[in-house]
Design a protein around this ligand. Structure first.
Ligand code: ADP
Ligand code: MG
Length: 327
């Protein structure tokens, strides 16, 4: 297949109609109409084979995850997804691979009525860059800088599952034998959380204009909440025993290993946000109605940085640090 046949294959599988796409794939640029009164929220994320997913990962999952991690950024801003562009670097022209990839992308795009409006296709080591565009009324956008002393800190869903899934896949893991002999549905749940994250777009919409600060957890809770604290000029205290854990995580990992996965594992794509005491009860009710509730995990206090306390009130230091490129 030539470059143009590849693009046509992607276009066919990701076809979607939106009135605000005045000109989509096929010209030198797309022409898009931003609704009056809305700010355009724009975010880019790249997945590199061997860095963000193991070589040989399923093409469907790569297509899904590449879009999911981008939608997660829009969710964290409280923005509603609208359009995406896709820059694809492929080692070779493989029709079967590209169709499965496009199907994974399209499955998630359909769910959020998102239109693929352009991109670029090149040859080289497998790498996927997606830029997503969404809408949000500017004053209601969720920023990292909005946390205030006295706010409570919350996380949606459960934490640590994806990092646990990665350990389940690692043949060289110190616990590989034990993890391999775990019940199949437990392993599969965790691996699914790694490969097919659910962007919390509905939660972001509920939080819009109501949460203090918000961020999506991609590098690990400690690192990402650390960004909120730095941007807001405050510190956070987390209560270790309150971190939301899935039944699968609870079954497979004891306290210290679990805490490390939840605090520093990353790839969660849950939202971490703060809320003032007077708005929190209604906010939590409204979140629960989206099908994904949130758990109170700590508080914003004066100072800088993030501290974790265990049930006895002692400071807890996880045994691993959050992911950083070039570290
Ligand atoms: P140009 O050379 O003018 O940059 P291209 O030949 O690269 O244009 O692309 C042709 C059209 O196909 C453009 O509209 C571009 O946005 C779109 N396109 C290219 N690659 C992709 C892709 N991977 N996904 C979606 N659209 C793509
Ligand atoms: Mg051109």
């Amino acid at each position: 297949m030539s470059e143009f046949e590849l693009i046509e294959r992607i276009r066919q599988r990701c076809a979607s109609t939106r009135d605000d796409v005045r000109l989509g794939i096929g010209d030198d640029a797309a022409l898009l109409a931003v609704p009056l009164g809305q700010a355009l929220a724009v975010s880019t994320d790249t997945l590199v084979e061997g860095v963000h997913f193991p070589p040989g990962s399923r093409a469907f999952d790569i297509g899904w995850k590449a879009l999911a991690v981008n939608l997660s950024d829009l969710a964290a801003m409280g923005a509603t997804p609208a359009w995406a562009t896709l820059a694809l670097t492929l080692p070779r022209s493989d029709a079967e691979w590209i169709e499965a990839f496009a199907d994974g992308f399209a499955a998630l795009a359909r769910e959020f009525k998102l239109a693929l409006v352009g991109g670029d296709t090149t040859q080289g080591p497998l790498c996927i860059t997606i830029t997503v565009h969404g809408f949000v009324p500017e004053p209601l956008a969720l920023r990292r800088s909005g946390a205030r002393e006295g706010d409570a800190v919350y996380a949606t869903g459960t934490l640590g599952d994806a990092a646990a899934g990665l350990r389940c896949l690692d043949k060289h893991d110190a616990d590989a034998e034990r993890l391999l002999s775990a019940p199949l549905h437990t392993r599969e749940f965790l691996i699914e959380r790694l490969n097919r994250p659910t962007p919390r777009v509905a939660c972001g919409s509920v939080l819009r204009g109501r949460a203090g600060a918000c961020i999506d957890i991609s590098d690990g809770l400690l690192a990402d909440l650390g960004h909120v604290c730095a941007a807001s000029g405050f510190a956070a205290e987390l209560d270790l025993e309150t971190l939301p854990a899935s039944p699968a995580l609870l079954t497979l990992f004891e306290r210290d290993a679990r805490a490390s996965l939840q605090l520093a594992g990353g790839d969660d794509y849950e939202l971490c946000f703060t809320a003032a005491p007077n708005v929190a009860p209604q906010l939590l009710n409204d979140l629960a109605r989206t099908g994904c509730g949130a758990t109170r995990i700590g508080r914003i206090v004066a100072g800088a940085g993030v501290r974790v306390r265990d049930a006895r009130g002692d400071e807890f230091t996880p045994s691993r640090r959050s992911w950083q490129h070039f570290a």
